[in-house]
Design a protein around this ligand. Structure first.
Ligand SMILES: Nc1ncnc2c1ncn2[C@@H]1O[C@H](COP(=O)(O)OP(=O)(O)O)[C@@H](O)[C@H]1O
Ligand SMILES: [Mg+2]
Length: 244
């Protein structure tokens, strides 16, 4: 019996990327791929350069060599505000919502360059994030950590991105909220968005991701199907063994 397996298209391709903060490169020749509707998880020890990698992809810091291709278009060193027009969304780890604005206002801000359809998009996102609908009039600062993470993701989705970069979305959340958040990330991927997520909880992120990349000292260490990495002895010894 043969089953036709169609490989989804690559929506983000990072090739040999190097970048830093003016001194020696912090990330050094990093490559990865994100496929449509799939979750790529970047794991690795603290200080490995995971956040730096996302900032380099997003044009927040300058890339010194290598390429960022979005839907096969070269977007290396493009300004963040242009990248959002090329369907890339970035949810940084901190300061990703406006605490004094309501949930609805935060979503409207996320859709600021939309010509039309802001209201309709908020409706769609409330379907995808049921928890947000009942909080639309609340200030973002009054939400729980888990709800704020969901809002940050929903804001990033206001411009219908093809690719979303998430930096430690479940940091600081209780295990129950982490689980809910990961289910939400899977639901977003199921709508066709390619997701590149950096996480501190190696075991949980590899459990939910399709592909995993282990980053050590700013370089690719190994990568593969996330479920296989979860059982890889080196990964277990280094990062998974003692985690919940
Ligand atoms: N704004 C910055 N200026 C200078 N060095 C930085 C800055 N941010 C991070 N670094 C350095 O880059 C390295 C990688 O940091 P980071 O990308 O935040 O790692 P991770 O997200 O994997 O924990 C660390 O050595 C850190 O000290
Ligand atoms: Mg980080």
């Amino acid at each position: 019996m043969s089953e036709t397996l169609v490989d989804p298209p690559t929506v983000l391709r990072v090739a040999g990327l190097s970048a830093g903060y003016g001194g020696p490169p912090i990330i050094d020749g990093v490559s990865l791929e994100v496929k449509k509707g799939k979750i790529a998880a970047i794991v690795g020890p603290n200080g490995a350069g995971k956040s730096t990698l996302l900032k380099a992809i997003m044009g927040v810091i300058k890339v010194s060599s290598g390429h960022v291709l979005l839907l096969d278009k070269d977007c290396t060193n493009m300004a963040p505000e242009k990248l959002v027009q090329h369907k890339l969304a970035y949810v940084p780890q901190v300061a990703n919502t406006f605490p004094d604005l309501t949930v609805r206002e935060n979503l409207e801000m996320g859709g600021y360059i939309r010509r039309h359809g802001v209201h309709e998009r908020i409706e769609e996102l409330c379907e995808l994030f049921p928890d947000l609908r009942k909080s639309l009039r609340r200030k973002a600062g009054a939400l729980s950590g888990g709800q704020r993470s969901m809002l940050a993701m929903a804001r990033g989705l206001m411009l219908d991105p093809e690719v979303m970069l998430l930096d430690e979305p479940s940091a600081g959340l209780s295990p129950l909220f982490q689980k809910a958040l990961w289910e939400q990330i899977e639901a977003v991927a199921a709508t066709g968005v390619g997701i590149c997520v950096v996480e501190q909880n190696t075991r949980r992120s590899l459990r939910h991701a399709d592909w995993g990349y282990v980053l050590v000292l700013g370089k690719n260490r190994l990568d593969g199907p996330a479920h296989e990495l979860l059982h890889d002895q080196e990964v277990i010894d280094l990062y998974v063994g003692r985690m919940s």
